[in-house]
Write a protein that binds this ligand. Structure first.
Ligand SMILES: Cc1cc2nc3c(=O)[nH]c(=O)nc-3n(C[C@H](O)[C@H](O)[C@H](O)COP(=O)(O)OP(=O)(O)OC[C@H]3O[C@@H](n4cnc5c(N)ncnc54)[C@H](O)[C@@H]3O)c2cc1C
Length: 553
């Protein structure tokens, strides 16, 4: 934690040097003593300190300065550092102004010049004020701070990204902190470029992309080598398992993830059906353990890097990344899983991130503490989300089209939901529209049988209505089923008994697509059983096929 600051401000260089000397002599062990030769210099420094999160314990300001009076400057400082103690340096003739200041700006004290001897006239007063400040002030957080608005989609995305990459941060809602709002408004782009991520070294990023932020916080985003034996796309359970097994088999392997390790499982508050964890495990914990395991065996994990295309240049498979760079490998494994399905209803698009979210956005739970939230959908992800939010929200309403939660939701979740007092299920309804002025306020529900409409008040709505495959990178190159899932091995469609474009003597291996050396595993694969254990199993088992393929190149 950086030392708190004592700042003295005076336009007379001699007085300024003298006060700084006396302050340093007495306070240098516990405080950083700063000086400013003008009101503007002081304001700039105070803004910088606010940006860094460094507290100012005390301002000692001369009343008579040409560009701004001391009382006016202290009034501005009060906005930036409301908890600081404020002392005015006055000449005898200014004492009336100082007394007025006590009422108007909450001046804590005024000191007559000269203050000699400081042991009698300066330190006793300041010691008192500083010990009072210390007792009252809760010293601020010393790490990364995100200043944004609760209803800003980009603020939500940045928080989610850092949380899922296990980077600690402090969240500051600028609607509840006027001085931070003012500071953010003064950055280039102002309030239109939220959030602003503030770093302890005083630097900041406005509305950063995942890649920029990842690089700044030291996540690994660039490959160390241009070539690998295996390149795995997507760090969900399938990709992580595949990477661990490839690395333990001695292959040079890189895993490329567009967001953070964990995939869909990473957004699960508790996975209870994964072998070996009788009390369940959170998806984030599972992802962290798997990432550590993969790194331990020498695998490279890139985060915040999206693969946008795959090219075949035999014997190499070349991945194009969103930043324009490329990675080559002998074999590629696509474990890109699924993305949440969209709900097209009037009002949803403009309120995205303003109370409407796709998936159970766990990082938002605290935001909606004590409020009413709705979960749309009846699968396990909706059930887990409802149980998680019920610990924070006043009331959680699950909205489903079916007559009951079973059978789309696992029995153990249904039982737990039934036993949770603040979770309610509204069945046989559809979301007809959502309404809200700047953020979600109401959901319009339509009865499926009668088409009658009614509204429910809600501060947040989490849409968990299923998923669609993340298989865009396969378009034109790989065969997919009618829903877009990638076909592999014996499931590949055949023309005259052979997969499309297949020229080899042998048949495609298990998990191999219609392009030799490109494999698919986990949820993105046609016919997969969409569960964590299945994804892990497929990712691990695919290594056997990859081994056999690598023996041929
Ligand atoms: C909220 C929730 C709760 C769940 N709970 C359970 C449970 O309790 N038990 C259970 O068995 N199953 C559960 N599931 C299902 C389970 O999480 C999935 O079956 C499993 O995660 C699938 O793993 P995967 O690796 O195939 O894909 P995913 O987990 O979908 O991971 C795919 C990864 O690929 C990345 N990616 C996609 N495209 C690209 C690209 N172009 N470039 C780089 N990266 C890319 C994605 O960002 C993602 O991280 C749950 C799912 C959800 C959403």
């Amino acid at each position: 934690m950086a030392k708190p600051v004592i700042m003295s401000v005076d336009d007379d260089p001699q007085v300024l040097t003298a006060i700084e000397r006396d302050l340093r002599q007495h306070y240098k062990n516990d405080y950083r003593v700063l000086k400013a030769g003008s009101a503007q210099e002081a304001l700039d420094a105070a803004r910088q300190l606010k940006q860094r999160g460094t507290p100012v314990a005390l301002f000692l300001v001369d009343q008579r300065m040409p560009e701004m009076t001391g009382t006016k400057l202290l009034a501005e400082m009060r906005e930036l550092h409301p908890d600081s103690r404020k002392v005015l340096l006055t000449a005898y003739a200014d004492s009336e102004v100082a007394i007025e200041g006590i009422n108007e700006i909450g001046l804590d004290h005024y000191l007559m010049k000269p203050w000699d001897p400081p042991d009698q006239k300066l330190y006793p007063v300041l010691d008192d004020l500083l010990s009072e400040w210390k007792n009252r002030v809760h010293l601020p957080y010393d790490g990364i701070r995100i200043a944004g608005a609760r209803f800003s989609p980009q603020s939500h995305a940045v928080r989610e990204f850092l949380s899922r990459n296990l980077v600690p941060y402090q969240w500051i809602d600028i609607d509840e902190d006027p001085s931070m709002r003012e500071l953010v408004a003064a950055f280039p782009g102002g309030l239109a470029r939220l959030p602003v991520v503030l770093f302890p070294d005083g630097s900041y990023l406005s509305a950063p992309s995942n890649l920029t932020l990842a690089e700044k916080v030291g996540l690994h985003t660039r490959p160390k080598s241009p070539f690998y034996d295996v390149a795995v796309i997507g760090a969900g359970p399938a990709g992580l398992a595949n990477t661990v097994y490839a690395a333990t088999e001695g292959m040079r392997v890189v895993l490329i993830e567009q967001n953070a390790p964990g995939g869909q499982a990473g957004s699960s508050s508790r996975i209870e059906n994964y072998l070996g964890f009788p009390n369940g495990i959170s998806g984030a914990d599972l992802a962290q353990r798997a990432s550590a395991q993969a790194r331990r065996f020498g695998a490279e994990l890139l985060t915040a890097q999206e693969v946008v295309g795959i090219r075949r240049e035999d014997p190499y498979r070349i991945l194009q990344l969103a930043d324009g760079s490329e990675i080559s490998a002998y074999a590629v494994v696509i474990t890109t899983g699924m993305a949440v399905r969209r709900l097209e209803r009037p009002g949803i698009e403009p309120l995205m991130g303003y109370g409407v979210y796709y998936g159970p956005a766990l990082s938002e739970a605290v935001t909606y503490r004590g409020q009413d939230v709705c979960i749309v959908g009846g699968a396990n992800s909706a059930g887990q989300g409802a149980l998680f939010f019920s610990r924070y929200a006043r009331r959680v309403t699950i909205i489903i089209r079916a007559p009951a939660l079973s059978p789309s939701m696992s029995h153990y979740l249904v039982e737990r939901i039934n036993a949770t007092e603040n979770i309610h299920v509204v069945s046989r309804v559809d979301v007809a529209a959502v309404r809200g002025n700047g953020h979600l306020e109401q959901i319009v529900l339509r009865e499926l049988e009668t088409a009658q409409e009614r509204t429910v008040d809600a501060a947040a709505m989490f849409i968990c209505i299923g998923t669609a495959p993340h298989s865009g990178i396969a378009t034109g190159l790989l065969d997919c089923d009618e829903k877009g899932f990638i076909c592999t091995g014996p499931d590949l469609p055949r023309i005259n008994g052979r997969p499309r474009g297949w020229t080899l003597e042998r048949d495609p291996l298990l998990f191999e697509t219609n392009v030799p050396g490109i494999f698919a595993a986990g949820d993105v694969r046609s016919g997969a059983n969409r569960r964590v254990a299945s994804a892990v199993g497929e990712g691990s088992a695919a290594i056997y096929s990859i081994h056999r393929y690598l023996a041929t190149v």
